[in-house]
Ligand binder design. Structure first.
Ligand SMILES: Nc1ncnc2c1ncn2[C@@H]1O[C@H](COP(=O)(O)OP(=O)(O)O)[C@@H](O)[C@H]1O
Ligand SMILES: [Mg+2]
Length: 366
């Protein structure tokens, strides 16, 4: 999969610009603050209708405007035009100029694997951030997952507000709570199975990718869920035992909305043991495993973005990472310093050199 052309109107610092990308290597070069990450953020947004940096769309719209358009021609088997119009808090998505009503029918068509320093949160942060990040990854892999997730979240909301309601009552009838709980379990089991399968697939490649980069081994991503090994009937029993405490808290204290994903290195939690640079390699090994499973299962090669990868990795590791990349992969690399990139990588790449006034000089390196 390749993005051949990207048009931005009023996106971040870009008022109006067209990029014609190389189907292979694109290097975005420029000092800090010039808008390198903004370009890859736009590509990511076009695929996932989300930014990896901010939750509020208003940050994305150029500060002298009130709307923003991201548009790209993306080639898979055929080339399609994807477009997102962002206005205030709303966004509209289009494929070949036809508006798509449900975001879940749009997401998962364009596949991006994005490495960004923010991704270290996948190791460092709390279970809720781990879940958020993994949800995004599985959603673009499988839109059935996204659909299950949004129904589960709706039922969870209903159940929580019903529990709050019950907390004001002395006597209650379990009938409606039983119905909500059963629905929650049904969708929860679907999510559990899809998460389990995804993590199993990741682990087929994770450790060997890590070993190829660092020569160290023993890396595994563990999926931790309170649904593990339980049948629907057993789960129903668990919930029933918790009814009173759920009512007391006014929320659901059991379910896949509390799952976690934790990297372990040689049986210890990676964040407590590995250095910052090693953690970056863990994330890279994970992202490369995602590419591996896209190829295995979806028979397509996603677009790879490596934003600021070089700031903490030595050239030796970077060369090893590049050796692992597939031939027909389109890649975007942002960097402040061209000297970080070796001559072999520079060969056949298109370099976009950002200048202060947003003028962009394209250089094709030979
Ligand atoms: N909504 C916006 N409107 C105009 N400029 C913006 C907006 N959001 C961010 N910027 C500008 O974008 C620049 C940061 O771009 P970024 O892509 O993060 O830089 P880098 O090249 O370091 O990756 C900052 O100078 C900031 O002022
Ligand atoms: Mg940046």
């Amino acid at each position: 999969m390749q993005i051949l052309q990207l048009k931005l109107i009023n996106f971040r610092n870009y008022k109006q610009i067209i990029f014609n990308f190389s189907p292979k290597k694109n290097i975005i070069l420029g000092n800090n603050g010039l808008g390198k990450t903004n370009i890859v953020e736009a590509i990511y947004y076009l695929a996932l209708t989300k930014s990896f940096r901010v939750n509020n769309n208003l940050f994305l719209i150029n500060n002298e405007s009130n709307y923003s358009i991201i548009e790209g021609d993306i080639k898979d088997k055929i080339t399609n035009n994807y477009k997102i119009i962002i206005e205030n808090k709303n966004k509209r998505v289009f494929i070949n100029n036809n508006q798509i009503q449900k975001l879940s029918d749009y997401i998962s068509k364009v596949n991006i694997i994005n490495f960004n320093p923010e991704d270290l949160k996948l190791i460092k942060d709390s279970p809720s951030i781990h879940r958020q990040l993994i949800n995004i990854e599985i959603s673009q892999f499988d839109n059935i997952y996204l659909k299950n997730l949004s129904i589960y979240n709706k039922i969870l909301k209903q159940r929580n507000s019903y529990l709050k309601n019950l907390s004001f009552k002395k006597n209650y009838n379990c009938e409606y709570l039983n119905i909500l709980t059963e629905k929650l379990i049904d969708y929860g089991i679907n999510i559990y199975n899809l998460r389990k399968l995804y993590i199993e697939n990741i682990n087929k490649y994770l450790n060997s990718n890590f070993k190829k980069i660092t020569s160290k081994e023993g890396l595994i991503l563990k999926y931790i869920s309170n649904y593990e090994n339980l049948t629907k009937e057993e789960l129903m029993k668990k919930y029933k035992n918790l009814y009173q405490s759920d009512i007391n808290y006014g929320k659901t204290n059991y379910g896949v909305h509390l799952d976690d994903f934790v990297f372990y290195y040689q049986n210890v939690i990676a964040k407590n043991y590995l250095s910052e640079g090693e953690q970056k390699n863990v994330v890279i090994a994970f992202k490369l495993a995602e590419i591996n499973i896209f190829i295995d299962i979806k028979k397509t090669i996603p677009i790879l973005i490596l934003d600021d990868l070089f700031s903490e990795l030595d050239i030796n590791k970077i060369n090893k990472i590049f050796k692992l990349l597939k031939k027909n992969l389109q890649i975007f690399i942002t960097t402040t310093d061209i000297n970080n990139i070796n001559d072999k990588t520079l060969q056949n790449s298109k370099i976009f050199k950002l200048k202060k006034n947003n003028s962009i000089k394209e250089i094709i390196y030979e």
